[in-house]
Design a protein around this ligand. Structure first.
Ligand code: HEM
Length: 474
């Protein structure tokens, strides 16, 4: 008996020692990826740039070497992936442990936006969101929106022709009308000053302020969220509550509008009306609301930015425009429709090059590592914020020679050419793993619909550029 107790004690001791040694080894002999270390308390907070952080991360990556870069702001560790191999291995192949979202205590908790598709952690609810979005945005479903897409371009052209000085608002109207109103809610926006547009713009601004990195101490010391709002220094609590109430009522407006239309029996079929069912629980209805909100939020700024980049690059490269026109004239011989697009290979390469040259989401959206991991000998602790530097990858001269030259030809080199064909940027621009953009097919359809119909304003802008006038009023 004593021998048995002794053996059990010995085995337990061995187990404890092994655990201690493993932990000690992991903490000490595998190190964090290199990067700037900053001050003891705030880390690199004061070194973070106010704009274009992707360029700073790329420069830090080059300075410190290696596929990963790490830095700390207060107590939060960020790991930047500057290489396509690291992105592929971690965010795609190991997606099961890299698909979380870092919590922004200010935005997700104090402003109450944690249940949005973008913000929720990779849990069962997120899976339900993704299934619902997939149903509404797969290639078959997207075909149903083609007539709306085609009609909308006519409105855009008319607007650009009649009031070119309101260029930006015409382009902004396009994704808003399509996604917010027609597709998500069956709502038709009357003009550029519609209240739905103001709501959308306001909510995008608030989200930007509430999510600004390094701005809110509560994001780094979440215990601060328990400070009562009346305490003089708790300005963030009062501000967050005010923004939260505004954001909440803004997402309620379109949702309640659909419900009232349905009750009156005169609604236009939409993503929301198709999913709302009588007798739904509050939570089920909330899921529909957040998904429709995701459609709108995902589509507005992204599509706007891609459209502006496309127009500007076309205006600056008249030879590319002319070649597109020749392709359309020789292959289709009339204004093409959505079904013709895949017969226009040059047009498709232009879109690839626009997305590569001026990516919309230069850093995609941050993911979170949900378990401890290692990569190329570096330690990645659970809870790290993982940032894919999409801009650095799409401007990596090893993947894309002369990366700062706008050259659609790079994607159509003949197979036998001594120059390798360059990777399709679609592998990076839509994000990664279980978080990849569910609106990719939809957005491509929308973008593919643009080029021929906007060629008139593009031509005018191009001609102006040749005479030294700024090509577009940006
Ligand atoms: C040029 C257009 C667009 C670009 C470049 C783009 C890019 C992205 C990127 C980079 C992400 C983050 C992926 C990640 O975390 O790894 C994302 C997420 C998302 N996008 Fe898009 N997007 C575009 C248009 C759209 C459209 C048109 C919709 C809806 C109709 C949409 C809906 C969403 C949603 C709901 C998410 C959140 C996914 C999640 O967290 O699970 N996006 N998008």
């Amino acid at each position: 008996m004593p021998l048995m107790i002794f053996s059990v004690l010995l085995a337990s001791l061995a187990l404890i020692l092994t655990l201690l040694c493993t932990t000690y080894y992991r903490l000490n002999f595998t190190s964090l990826p290199p990067g700037p270390r900053g001050s003891f308390f705030a880390g690199v907070k004061s070194q973070l740039p106010n704009s274009e952080p992707w360029k700073t991360y790329a420069a830090w990556g080059a300075r410190f070497g290696g596929p990963l870069l790490s830095f700390r702001v207060y107590n939060r560790l960020t790991i930047v992936l500057n290489s396509h191999t690291a992105v592929h291995e971690l965010l795609e192949r190991r997606a099961a442990i890299y698909s979380g979202r870092p919590v922004s205590w200010m935005f997700h908790v104090i402003c109450g936006r944690g249940s949005a598709v973008f913000n929720t952690s990779a849990n069962d609810r997120h899976k339900i969101y993704r299934r619902m979005l997939q149903r509404g945005l797969n290639s078959q479903a997207v075909k149903e929106y083609w007539p709306i897409l085609e009609d909308e371009v006519d409105v855009l052209i008319r607007g650009l022709g009649e009031t070119p000085d309101r260029f930006e608002s015409h382009i902004r109207r396009q994704p808003l009308v399509l996604n917010l109103s027609q597709v998500a809610f069956g709502y038709s926006i009357s003009d550029g000053d519609d209240s739905f547009i103001s709501i959308a713009e306001e909510s995008s601004k608030i989200s930007g302020w509430a999510l600004a990195p390094g701005r809110w101490l509560v994001d780094y010391f979440p215990i601060l969220r328990f400070i009562p709002a009346w305490v003089p220094l708790a300005h963030f609590k009062r501000q967050g509550a005010e923004w939260g109430a505004m954001l909440n009522s803004m997402s309620e407006v379109p949702h309640n509008w659909v419900k009232s239309q349905m009750a009156a029996g005169n609604h236009i079929p939409s993503f929301t009306s198709r999913l709302l069912k009588p007798g739904m629980t509050k939570d089920e209805e909330d899921i529909v609301k957040w998904c429709a909100g995701g459609l709108y939020t995902g589509a507005s700024d992204t599509t706007f930015s891609a459209t502006i980049s496309f127009l500007m690059l076309m205006a600056l490269h008249p030879s590319v425009q002319n070649r597109t026109q020749q392709e359309i004239d020789s292959i289709i011989g009339r204004a093409p429709r959505m079904t013709d697009v895949h017969r226009l290979p040059y047009l498709l390469t232009i879109l690839k090059e626009v997305m590569r040259y001026a990516p919309v989401a230069n850093l995609a959206l941050p993911h979170q590592a949900t378990e401890d991991d290692t990569y190329t000998g570096y330690r990645i602790p659970a809870g790290s914020t993982m940032v894919a530097n999409v801009w650095a990858i799409l401007h990596d001269p090893e993947l894309y020679p002369d990366p700062f030259v706008f050259d659609p030809e790079r994607f159509i080199r003949p197979r036998h050419s001594y120059l390798l064909q360059q990777p399709d940027p679609s592998a990076y621009i839509w994000g990664f793993g279980r978080r990849k953009c569910p609106g990719a097919i939809y957005d491509l359809s929308q973008m593919l619909n643009l080029p021929w119909d906007v060629r008139y304003p593009i031509r005018r802008a191009g001609a102006a550029a040749e005479h030294g006038v700024h090509p577009l009023p940006l």
